[in-house]
Design a protein around this ligand. Structure first.
Ligand code: GDP
Length: 194
């Protein structure tokens, strides 16, 4: 499986993006949410660098599965002190990508299970609804960090509410267990045909 994944390139401007029709899927979330770890787990490869200095990279990193589809790894948000409303305005490349890139199929938004939806995540979801019609899938990460049964129950309750309120598909993942990530992977592969 992992031999089929490759690093394509890192892009800093819209016109550096590949010029073809291969479907693309964004992976995004707050800095430190576990995005690189999840991408590495999905691809069974140390393809995305983990624990990069938060907020440092302002570029998109592109990975590709055969010639079938791509994962676009966006820089994490929520690290710098810029106002939440300006997150996208400041990042012209992401803004343009979301508005104009026809290859984009779906957006996987990663959320830390311990913090659930922070106000910046809600802002990002609102912005995404405004500028892109693409489906947003919520991927909760680091589920293993919720230790007590009591907290886990509370957590499930809150996730149930989020699912109802936002009407989104949700995955509850941890890189310590493969079951849910396998489901996520199946969903991703099936989405290529949508
Ligand atoms: P990124 O900044 O979103 O790419 O986050 P990273 O993938 O670099 O992860 C940030 C930190 O969280 C690292 O120390 C990871 O080892 C840790 N981490 C990521 N996913 C998990 C998880 O599912 N469980 C646990 N316990 N730690 C995780």
């Amino acid at each position: 499986m992992n031999a089929h994944w490759s690093f394509v390139k890192e892009v800093h401007s819209f016109n550096q993006l590949p010029d073809d029709n291969i479907p693309e899927f964004i992976f995004w979330g707050r800095s430190n949410v576990g995005k690189s770890s999840l991408i590495n787990f999905l691809t069974k490869k140390k393809i995305a660098k983990t624990s990069r200095t938060p907020g440092r990279t302002r570029s998109m990193v592109i990975f590709e599965y055969k010639n079938l589809f791509r994962i676009i790894d966006l820089p994490g948000y929520g690290f710098s002190k810029i106002s939440k409303e300006k997150v996208l305005q400041l990042d012209k490349l992401i803004d343009k990508y979301l508005r104009k890139r026809i290859n984009l199929k779906k957006i996987f938004l990663l959320i830390d299970s311990r913090h659930l939806l922070k106000s910046i995540d809600k802002t990002i979801i609102d912005l995404l609804h405004q500028i892109s019609k693409k489906e947003i899938i919520l991927v909760f990460t680091k589920k293993d960090k919720i230790k007590s049964l009591e907290l886990l129950k509370e957590h499930q309750l809150q996730i149930g509410n989020i699912k109802k309120d936002l009407n989104k598909i949700i995955f509850n993942t941890s890189i310590k267990e493969s079951n849910e990530i396998i489901l996520l992977k199946k969903f991703l592969f099936n989405s290529v045909k949508d």
